[in-house]
Design a protein around this ligand. Structure first.
Ligand SMILES: Cc1ncc(COP(=O)(O)O)c(C=O)c1O
Length: 238
């Protein structure tokens, strides 16, 4: 009792894009006193598409939310946004106490909001992208990436040598060898894909199983790109 409690909920896990039931977790705030943070690094972009928005239902009840912009907004590293219900606490924590920096008095108080004192104007490319593409443009990128991830997932499911480790919920396809997915054999598969010169897939481990992970977020990715990856996977997975 009396101790601060922070609950970090997932809005899109890295391997399989699982979402916590944000509405249900937020409802617990009526009974328990805790701070609800939501990691929506890329999953929060589901909100842009009516067909995927239910995944982030309850996001608006969080106390704070982080969203990466260098992922699905397609701006250069390293850009992110965070939303908080308590900017006052944030200034209190990150206040740069030095006379030459002045005292916090702006609203928002950009100098005193982060651990970094000097930083690039990361907001500029993000703003350009939002102005250039708008909600509809970003919705199209998200919808296309999700459709292509599902296409790759369906293609992998049809290959005898591979299997999906989870349904393709949004933009990540997590898969492995159908038989004996040892670390060595999965690494060998990744090397064979890379050696083809066509694609590069990164290794992961899901629930103890060595696997590969194809995450879609690039604005230029097309169906033809996806089909090339599938062709390579078919060739190297026997
Ligand atoms: C769900 C999730 N949370 C957090 C992170 C970490 O993001 P960053 O490296 O931008 O801090 C990532 C990125 O890999 C992610 O996918």
């Amino acid at each position: 009792a009396g101790r601060p409690v922070l609950v970090v909920a997932n809005a899109g896990t890295v391997n399989t894009v699982d979402f916590d039931d944000l509405r249900a977790i937020a409802a617990l705030k009526e009974r328990y006193d805790f701070w609800l943070h939501v990691d929506g690094a890329f999953g929060a972009f589901a909100a842009l598409c009516p067909e995927h928005a239910a995944l982030v239902d309850g996001l608006d009840a969080a106390d704070s939310v982080c969203v990466d912009l260098h992922k699905w907004l397609n701006v250069p590293y390293d850009a992110a946004v965070q939303f908080t219900r308590r900017p006052d606490l944030q200034v209190e924590v990150f206040h740069n106490a030095s006379p030459y920096l002045g005292v916090p008095e702006g609203d928002p108080e950009f100098l005193h909001l982060t651990p970094e004192n000097s930083r690039r104007l990361r907001a500029l490319p993000a703003w350009f992208s939002l102005v250039a593409y708008g909600r509809a443009g970003h919705r199209e990128i998200v919808a296309r990436n999700v459709a292509l991830a599902r296409r790759l997932g369906a293609g992998i499911e049809a290959l005898p040598g591979l299997r999906l480790l989870a349904p393709v919920r949004l933009n990540v396809v997590c898969f492995t060898l159908a038989a004996d997915p040892s670390r060595e054999r999965v690494a060998e598969l990744a090397r064979a894909v890379a050696a083809s010169g066509e694609a590069y897939v990164t290794p992961t481990v899901y629930d103890g199983v060595p696997a590969l992970r194809a995450a879609f977020s690039n604005w230029r990715t097309t169906q033809a790109d996806t089909d090339r990856v599938l062709t390579v996977l078919a060739a190297v997975s026997g």
